[in-house]
Design a protein around this ligand. Structure first.
Ligand SMILES: Nc1ccn([C@@H]2O[C@H](COP(=O)(O)OP(=O)(O)OP(=O)(O)O)[C@@H](O)[C@H]2O)c(=O)n1
Ligand SMILES: C[C@](O)(CO)[C@H](O)COP(=O)(O)O
Length: 400
């Protein structure tokens, strides 16, 4: 495409098939069967409507028997041109291209009505390929299964190397004049068995460039595909609630007090280590980071960095909360267990909970602090250190 040529794409949606492989003829052609409460084709057209990039218009190619079905499926028909299809997909596409030609498009996107699970990003991706100068763009997915060839008795004759093999999807996108010419030549020369338009482009010598397809962009071919599509759209989305935990220990050394959950408590010892050595806030920082796979406190605030020496650990906790919020998380609650022989936590517990609530932006009833001794056993019991265990729960909306 030259710099001064304007990009004026049209869309052809082929919907004239009979869906023989989807069986259940009494349920009607698959493109009009409901998934998630709406006909398949209504989903497909709504993605193009959301995109709004078909400046040369949209042509829907339908079967002559389906006019009432189409009108019922797309009652708000926003300027979609309807033409009748042929007995093969190839013929239906050609009919659509001939109809679109009147709108003088620079390019065309050709899409199966029965692929409702694509998105605007895919449409933009194929258009970017056209704008970059390709005359034919094919969205495709690298084949992931091991491929076998078998004879008519279903005896495997060969394992086919899958490297370099891709499954073709739609929308396939083309410079308009070359694909129309290729389609016309294929029809005129009796080549009527192309199953996609990229195949016709290849046959006509037009280089076809691949772009990434979408794993979800499946063609609804069989009855089970339609059932699965319906299930996917109707099942309630699960809430995405995640729990993280954290654990920290710091050593007790001679001193005049310890800071736990941001509260300084006079004591005959002090905690040593990273920052102000507030084990509780360190453990809780790790718990929050764990809910979104963001590593641990040391990844964000390396102990070797001198700027953190003696720093208030509320800095780390607030930073973890910001990471969670930036990722769309809503902190549901935070819970800290302190394991220490002394000092007594009880008198400071409310202030500690309030500090947690303030750092995380949650209400006091969602911030909990508990304490226990270690019954004089182990390193905590020998007053060599203080440990903390923390748990945080965060809602990240709905599972996708
Ligand atoms: N004569 C045809 C055949 C197919 N298509 C359209 O091409 C797309 C992909 O085809 P396919 O899944 O094969 O649909 P059907 O031909 O309807 O299915 P089957 O082959 O099982 O009969 C569908 O949106 C279908 O409606 C078309 O417009 N005209
Ligand atoms: C165009 C297509 O959807 C690309 O995968 C496919 O080739 C249509 O083939 P069908 O078997 O005729 O449905």
């Amino acid at each position: 495409m030259s710099a001064n040529e304007s990009f004026n794409p049209g869309v052809v949606i082929v919907a004239a098939g009979r869906g023989e492989r989807a069986s259940a003829p009494e349920e009607g052609p698959k493109q009009y069967r409901p998934i998630g409460g709406r006909p398949v084709i209504a989903h497909t057209l709504s993605v193009f409507a959301e995109w709004g990039g078909a400046t040369a218009g949209v042509v829907a190619v339908i079967h002559p028997d389906d006019e009432a079905l189409f009108a019922a499926a797309v009652p708000e028909n926003a300027g979609i041109r309807i033409v009748h299809g042929g007995t093969t997909r190839q013929q239906s596409v050609l009919n659509g291209l001939e109809a679109l030609a009147e709108r003088n498009p620079s390019h065309v996107l050709i899409h199966d009505a029965v692929r409702p699970f694509f998105d605007v990003a895919l449409l933009e991706r194929v258009c970017d390929g056209l704008r970059a100068g390709s005359d034919a763009i094919l969205p495709a997915i690298a084949v992931a299964d091991t491929l076998k060839k078998a004879d008519t008795d279903h005896i495997v004759t060969e394992t086919v190397a899958r490297s370099g093999l891709f499954a073709a999807q739609t929308p396939q996108a083309f410079a308009f004049a070359p694909i129309l010419a290729a389609h016309r030549s294929a029809a005129a020369s009796g080549h009527a068995d192309f199953t996609d338009d990229a195949g016709i482009a290849e046959w006509a010598g037009i280089p076809v460039k691949l772009v990434d397809g979408l794993a979800d962009n499946v063609k609804l071919t069989y009855r089970r595909d339609i059932a699965m599509a319906d299930e996917k759209l109707t099942r309630p989305a699960l809430p995405d609630i995640r729990t993280g935990n954290g654990y920290d220990v710091h050593k007790l050394v001679p001193g005049d007090g310890v800071t736990l959950c941001g509260v300084f408590m006079p004591h005959d010892m002090a905690l040593s280590g990273h920052s102000d050595a507030d084990v509780a806030f360190h453990a809780l920082t790790d718990a929050l980071l764990a809910t979104c796979g963001e590593g641990d406190i040391g990844d964000h605030f390396p102990p070797s960095d001198p700027q953190w020496r003696g720093a208030a650990s509320s800095i780390f906790l607030k930073h973890a909360a910001k990471i969670v919020h930036d990722k769309g998380g809503v902190i549901l609650n935070a819970d800290v267990s302190l394991i220490a022989e002394a000092p007594k936590v009880g008198p400071h517990r409310l202030a500690m909970r309030q500090n947690i609530a303030d750092c995380l932006g949650i209400t006091l009833d969602r911030a909990s602090v508990k304490a226990t001794t270690n019954e004089t056993i182990g390193f905590v019991g020998r007053r060599e250190g203080i440990a903390a265990i923390a748990t945080a729960s965060v809602s990240y909306g709905k599972m996708t």
